[in-house]
Design a protein around this ligand. Structure first.
Ligand SMILES: [Zn+2]
Length: 148
């Protein structure tokens, strides 16, 4: 998904983690890295992998994709593992919505297009339908003075 890690990078990272933790098998580490890479950018995943490998209390690499202290934090101490609240741009997976790259690509409406100008004029000329409040205000079945 959002992985910026290539297959060979994933393998090499797994091999490095395996050197640090010989008890962890490479395919298992690779699987954990691939899962984690769906959630975070490549370098963050690489750091989390090595942090986890360095943690003697970590029994298996399986907890890599899960939130935990192995994930690096930013200057404010916030985990770099993105939370599920962040909706990522389908075109730019590293950007969180609203995507600044898509925002930059957005073009203003074609004002010189005659079809657009005609449509805009038609919309402007359209009268608004009466609101319920206006309808009730103008509803007067019997004049107030009682005359018929
Ligand atoms: Zn985008």
């Amino acid at each position: 998904m959002m992985s910026q890690l290539t297959q060979i990078q994933t393998k090499r990272l797994a091999e490095l983690a395996h050197l640090l933790r010989p008890g962890w098998d490479v395919p298992g580490i690779e699987a954990a890295i691939r899962k984690a890479a769906e959630k975070a950018p490549a370098l963050v995943v690489a750091r989390a992998t090595l942090n986890l490998a360095a943690n003697a209390d970590a029994v298996t690499p399986g907890m890599l994709p899960l939130p935990g202290r192995h994930w690096p934090v930013d200057d404010a101490g916030v985990s770099l593992l993105p939370t599920s609240h962040n909706v990522r741009c389908p075109e730019h997976p590293l950007s969180v919505m609203p995507c600044p790259q898509c925002e930059a690509k957005r073009t203003p409406p074609p004002t010189d297009d005659p079809e657009y100008a005609a449509m805009k004029a038609a919309l402007k000329a359209r009268t608004r339908p009466q609101t319920e409040q206006q309808r009730l205000a103008s509803f007067n079945p019997r004049p107030a003075d009682g005359s018929e």
